[in-house]
Design a binder for this molecule. Structure first.
Ligand code: ATP
Length: 461
């Protein structure tokens, strides 16, 4: 990722982080205890946004497809799994400490930032470059480094009844592979088919940062898509890339802010035929949003070997048994939330005033409709507004708001991205209609109260 930042880019991120806190999307983690190393907590609107993203993903990739099934596996998994997958030995990042100020860095990121050189995975060369090029510590500006060391990013813990260390899973994929046999036995699936999962993953990142872009506890939305090794995988691979890009557009991403980065052959893992990252232009530079890899039969073969279970597929038509190959589309949920927030953020002038408006795609908006009585102290208006709120709330995520004047309420709803506001005024009591205000155009129209449900159904479908 390019680490170049300029003032405006930083400002955009700062504005989003501050809006997230002010309006209840995302709070700094453990704040009253002074914080905990770039951890974050999702507030009331953040959790709605996150859930809407998860639901959209599940709908697109599981419910609307006939070749996919879902699971929800555990976070704590048998330690043998991580031996088989190579994580125990090799899930490492390169770490280096400044001997002067004791600040710790991810060595490859530090070097890329200082020299533009991509040294990922080259431990010995990194130690040499830090010295030869006198790379300065961004904190104390001196150049006095420890040797670059491998740091395993898995969080270790203990479990009663288990002698070995167990780990918080560093990715959700492992939990999918070990259910391959159960899915085959219980679900009558035929190749090609995929298993999807959404869930938490934990990585003890050397440096977390850029808001929720890089955190140590996050959620992934992952798919293992199994294919016959004889199949022309390139076309299916391209299909998944397009589906991932479509999903980024559904978050609100603009085409011009997305690009594909194909990993060069020399950087591919020995089992991978092809890996492509879908990158997004975040205010702090290009960064990986989603990834796609052809992992061949590596995972099933390894888990078969280590567990001594037969993880193969019997093709009845061809009367053959083989280990399927797998394509792995992976999506980061926190990074999806960041994209949705950045893409939605707008500052607009309205006459002499300005407004901040979060133009989320309607499907993702945390609150779909806000209902207001024009005045808080007029019981007949409040009663009518509550009646409307009660009829809408089972079909749409709604909020009742009678705080401050209507202008202030609009401003608050704009900042949380509510697509429609309904105001009950004195004419409503006479004529049975209300004002509906559109978030994006700010246009208002009168709508018959009896037709409100149909009106909103047409707006949201
Ligand atoms: P990076 O190069 O940014 O560290 P990665 O290549 O290690 O990412 P993967 O192992 O491919 O990431 O993980 C799949 C997805 O999980 C990523 O595309 C990203 O969206 C998300 N992800 C990975 N690490 C983190 C993290 N520390 N915080 C938030 N999301 C993450």
């Amino acid at each position: 990722m390019s680490k170049l930042q300029n003032k405006n880019e930083n400002e955009t991120m700062e504005k989003i982080v501050s809006l997230c806190k002010r309006r209840g999307f995302v709070f700094p983690g453990s704040e009253i205890y002074g914080g905990l190393a770039n951890s974050w907590s999702f507030g009331p609107y953040g959790v709605e946004l996150k859930n809407n993203i998860k639901q959209l993903w599940w709908k697109k990739f599981v419910r609307e497809r006939t070749d996919m099934v879902g699971i929800d596996g555990p976070i704590l998994l048998h330690p043998g799994l991580w031996e088989a997958s190579g994580h125990t030995a090799g899930f490492n990042d390169a770490m280096v400490d400044c001997k002067e100020c004791q600040w710790r860095y991810r060595a490859d990121h530090l070097i890329e930032q200082a020299t533009g050189k991509d040294m990922e995975g080259k431990l010995v060369e990194m130690s040499a470059i830090l010295k030869e090029e006198k790379v300065k510590c961004p904190n104390c500006k001196k150049s006095n480094w420890t040797e670059v060391k491998n740091f395993n990013m898995m969080f270790k813990t203990q479990m009663n009844g288990i002698a070995d260390d167990v780990y918080l899973r560093p990715e959700t994929a492992g939990a999918i592979f070990i259910e391959f046999k159960n899915i085959l036995d219980s679900m009558r699936v035929k190749l090609p088919f995929g298993i999807a999962q959404i869930g938490k993953a934990f990585r003890n990142e050397i440096i977390a940062g850029n808001f929720i872009f890089r955190v140590r506890e996050f959620e992934q939305m992952e798919i293992e898509y199994f294919i016959n090794p004889k199949e022309k995988w390139e076309k299916i691979f391209e299909g998944w890339l397009l589906a991932q890009e479509e999903f980024a557009y559904a978050l609100g991403a603009d085409k011009s802010n997305l690009r594909r980065y194909e990993h060069p052959k020399e950087k591919l893992s020995h089992y991978s035929k092809k890996t492509v990252d879908i990158e997004y232009l975040f205010p702090f530079g290009w960064g990986e949003l989603f990834g796609l890899a052809n992992r061949t039969d590596f995972d099933l073969a390894q888990h078969g070997k280590f567990s001594q279970e037969k993880l193969s597929y019997f093709d009845q038509e061809e009367n053959t048994r083989f280990i399927p190959h797998v394509l792995e589309p992976t999506f980061g949920l926190e990074r999806s939330v960041v994209v949705a927030l950045i893409a939605a953020y707008n500052e607009e002038s309205v006459g002499a005033e300005s407004r901040i408006v979060m133009k989320f795609p309607k499907e993702l908006a945390p609150v779909k409709i806000a209902v207001f009585p024009l005045l808080k102290n007029k019981p007949e208006l409040v009663e009518k507004a509550k009646e409307i709120f009660n009829t809408l709330k089972s079909d749409f995520s709604c909020e009742f708001d009678d705080n401050g004047n209507v202008g202030k309420r609009y401003r608050r709803q704009d900042e949380i991205g509510t697509p429609y506001c309904v105001t009950v005024d004195f004419d409503s009591l006479e004529n049975g209609d209300v004002t509906v205000r559109d978030r994006d155009t700010m246009k208002q129209e009168r709508v018959d109260i009896k037709k409100l449900n149909t009106y909103f159904n047409s707006k949201f479908n």
